[in-house]
Ligand binder design. Structure first.
Ligand code: AMP
Length: 526
C-alpha cells in the first residue's frame, strides 16, 4: 500500500489494505472517513446518511471483514438487508472484493430465484448474508437462516426499503437477531418512519451525516433548462448530441412516458433502452447489462425501475420530467457524480412546473443553475469536429486498406472534394443541416414579471371581466387573483398574468379559430 495512503489511518489489516490498493481507491470517501473510525474502534450503532454511490458499502463492509478476519464461529456473523436484487449482488461483489485470500463466505439471497439453491448454499456455511427482506424472512421462517448469533445487522438504503413496503418484514427480521449485535442503518433521507424504526431497534445510534439532509450530492453539477413540453424531446437530443461521451439515465414519470421516449430516441438513431415496472426481470437484467457494458448509452427509466441501479460513471442524470418530491430529486441526482467523478444533473422545467421547482430548490438547499440550451449551430460545429477527429483516427490507424481500390476508382471520375463531400452526405445525411434541429422557443419562468395577453372576445360576445376570467379557467387551472388588469372592449379584451401562467394559457388556447388566429395571443406592446 502506498505509504501516504489516507487509508492507513484506520489501522486496517495488511491484507485488507492490499485489496483496497488493488481496487484503486486513493482517498476514503466522506462517509468512509466518518464511519470507519467509529465502526473499527468503538461499539456504538450508527445511522449513516449517505446516498448510493458514496462508498458506503466499504464503510460497513471493511469493518465486517476485519472482524471476521480475526475469528469466525461458524455461524452467520452479519446480515445486510438491501431493497433490490441488483443492489444485493453489487453489495456482495463489493464486500467479496475486500476479503482477499481469506476464507470468508458471503452469500446473496433474493426473491425471484429458486430458494432451494439458496438453502443449499446457506447449509454449506455463510459468514455474511446479503439479501432482500422478503426472501431473508422466508429463509428465517424455513429455519435455513439463523441470525441469533450475528454481530452486525446492516440496513442499506433504508428509505428505499421503506418505500417498497418492506418495513414489516424488516421489523420481523430484526426481532430474530440478538440485542448484542451492532446495527447500522444507511439511508439517503431520514423520514420519520426510519427514526421510529431506529428508536425501536437501535441502541443509542450515532448519526453520521455527509453534508446536509436535503442537499443533493455536491459532486453533481446541477443545471436546469426551461423548455416547453412540446420541445422537451428536441432539447434532450441537443444535450445528448453536444456531449461526446454521453452516458446517462433519463427519468420519466410514467411507464408510458418511458416507452414513448425510448421509441422516439431509437427512431432518431440513438442507442437507448427503457426500464419500467412492467418489464420482466430477465429483460431488465439484459438491458442493464447492455447499459453497463456501454452497448447502449442512454437508459430511460421511471423512479421505481431505477431503484438499486448502481452505475458509477454516468455523465448525466436527466430529469425529463420533475420528480414527485425533493427526496426523489436527491435520489435521482445522487446517481451521478459518484465516488469522486464529476457528473451533470439536468432538469427540464415546463412553465407549469416552475412553482414546484422553486419549492424543490428551497428544500434541497442546493444551487441549481439555469442554462440556455445549445443552439443548432453549436451542435453542428461540435459534430463536424467529431467527424474530423474520427476520420483522423481511421487515417492514423490505417484501417482503410479494404477501401483503397474503391477510392481510386471513385477519384478517377470525381474530384477529391466532391467525392469526399458526397461520401459525408451519404454517411451523415442531413444531420449537419440547421433545419434538422427544430426551433426551441425560449421563455422565462423564473422571472417575477407578467405577460399581457390579447383575447379575441369582447363586449359584443357578451364578455365582462368575470366572464373573461372564467373563460380562461375553462382550460387552465389558474386562481382568479392571478388574472389581473382585465380590460374588456367591444371587440376584444386584455388580461395580465404571471409569465409562467401565460405560457400555459397560450398553449391551451393555441388552436386557431376561423380567421386563422388563436383566440388568445400575446398582446402587442401597450
Ligand atoms: P457504494 O456507494 O458503496 O455503492 O460505492 C460506489 C462505487 O464507488 C463502488 O464502485 C466502489 O467500489 C467505489 N468506491 C467506494 N469507495 C471508494 C473510494 N474511497 N475511492 C474510489 N472509489 C470508491
Amino acid at each position: 500500500m502506498n505509504t501516504n495512503s489516507e487509508f492507513l489511518q484506520f489501522g486496517l489489516s495488511e491484507e485488507t489494505l492490499k485489496t483496497i490498493l488493488e481496487k484503486g481507491f486513493e482517498v476514503p470517501s466522506p462517509i468512509q472517513k466518518l464511519a470507519l473510525p467509529v465502526l473499527l474502534n468503538e461499539t456504538c450503532d450508527i445511522i449513516g446518511q449517505a446516498q448510493t454511490g458514496t462508498g458506503k458499502t466499504a464503510a460497513f463492509g471493511l469493518p465486517i471483514i476485519e472482524g471476521l478476519a480475526k475469528g469466525k464461529d461458524g455461524k452467520i456473523n452479519a446480515i445486510i438487508l438491501v431493497p433490490t436484487r441488483e443492489l444485493a449482488l453489487q453489495v456482495t461483489d463489493e464486500i467479496i472484493s475486500f476479503k482477499g485470500n481469506r476464507n470468508i463466505n458471503i452469500i446473496t439471497v433474493y426473491g425471484g430465484q429458486s430458494i432451494s439453491e439458496q438453502q443449499r448454499r446457506l447449509r454449506r456455511g455463510a459468514d455474511v448474508v446479503v439479501g432482500t427482506p422478503g426472501r431473508v424472512l422466508d429463509l428465517i421462517k424455513r429455519k435455513d437462516l439463523l441470525l441469533d448469533n450475528i454481530a452486525w445487522a446492516v440496513l442499506d438504503e433504508a428509505d428505499e426499503m421503506l418505500n417498497m413496503g418492506f418495513i414489516e418484514d424488516i421489523e420481523l427480521i430484526l426481532s430474530h437477531t440478538p440485542k448484542s449485535k451492532r446495527m447500522l442503518l444507511f439511508s439517503a433521507t431520514i423520514p420519520d418512519r426510519i427514526v421510529k424504526l431506529s428508536k425501536k431497534f437501535m441502541n443509542d445510534p450515532r448519526i453520521l451525516t455527509v453534508g446536509n439532509q436535503h442537499s443533493a450530492t455536491n459532486l453533481a453539477d446541477q443545471i436546469y433548462f426551461e423548455v416547453k413540453r412540446a420541445d422537451k424531446f428536441d432539447a434532450l437530443t441537443r444535450i445528448i448530441d453536444i456531449e461526446p461521451e454521453f452516458y446517462g439515465l433519463v427519468f420519466c414519470r410514467t411507464r408510458v412516458d418511458v416507452d414513448t421516449l425510448s421509441s422516439r430516441l431509437l427512431e432518431r438513431g440513438y442507442s437507448c433502452d427503457g426500464l419500467h415496472g412492467d418489464i420482466s426481470q430477465a429483460q431488465r437484467e439484459k438491458t442493464l447489462t447492455k447499459f453497463r457494458n456501454k452497448f447502449i448509452n442512454i437508459l430511460v427509466a421511471t423512479d421505481v425501475a431505477a431503484r438499486g441501479i448502481d452505475i458509477s460513471d454516468l455523465t448525466h442524470v436527466i430529469n425529463y420530467s420533475l420528480p414527485q418530491d425533493p427526496d426523489s430529486y436527491i435520489h435521482r441526482v445522487g446517481r451521478t457524480g459518484r465516488a469522486g467523478k464529476e457528473g451533470t444533473a439536468i432538469t427540464f422545467i415546463t412553465p407549469d412546473e416552475y412553482r414546484k421547482f422553486v419549492f424543490f430548490q428551497k428544500t434541497i438547499k442546493s444551487n441549481i443553475r439555469k442554462e440556455i440550451l445549445p443552439d443548432a449551430q453549436d451542435i453542428i460545429e461540435i459534430k463536424k469536429m467529431r467527424i474530423k477527429d474520427e476520420l483522423q483516427a481511421i487515417v492514423e490507424s490505417e484501417t482503410y486498406a479494404d477501401y483503397l481500390a474503391m477510392a481510386e476508382g471513385i477519384l478517377e471520375v470525381n474530384s477529391p472534394e466532391i467525392a469526399l463531400a458526397s461520401l459525408l452526405r451519404m454517411a451523415f445525411k442531413n444531420q449537419l443541416e440547421e433545419k434538422s434541429y427544430p426551433e426551441i422557443r425560449t421563455f422565462n419562468v423564473d422571472n417575477t414579471g407578467t405577460t399581457r395577453l390579447f383575447i379575441a372576445l369582447g363586449k359584443k360576445d357578451g364578455m365582462n371581466p368575470r366572464k373573461i376570467s372564467s373563460f380562461i379557467r375553462t382550460k387552465v387551472k389558474i386562481s382568479d387573483n392571478k388574472i389581473d388588469d382585465i380590460g374588456v372592449y367591444e371587440e376584444f379584451s386584455f388580461v395580465t398574468v404571471p409569465f409562467a401562467d401565460a405560457e400555459t394559457i397560450l398553449d391551451a388556447f393555441s388552436k386557431k379559430g376561423r380567421d386563422g388566429k388563436a383566440l388568445i395571443t400575446k398582446a402587442k406592446k401597450r
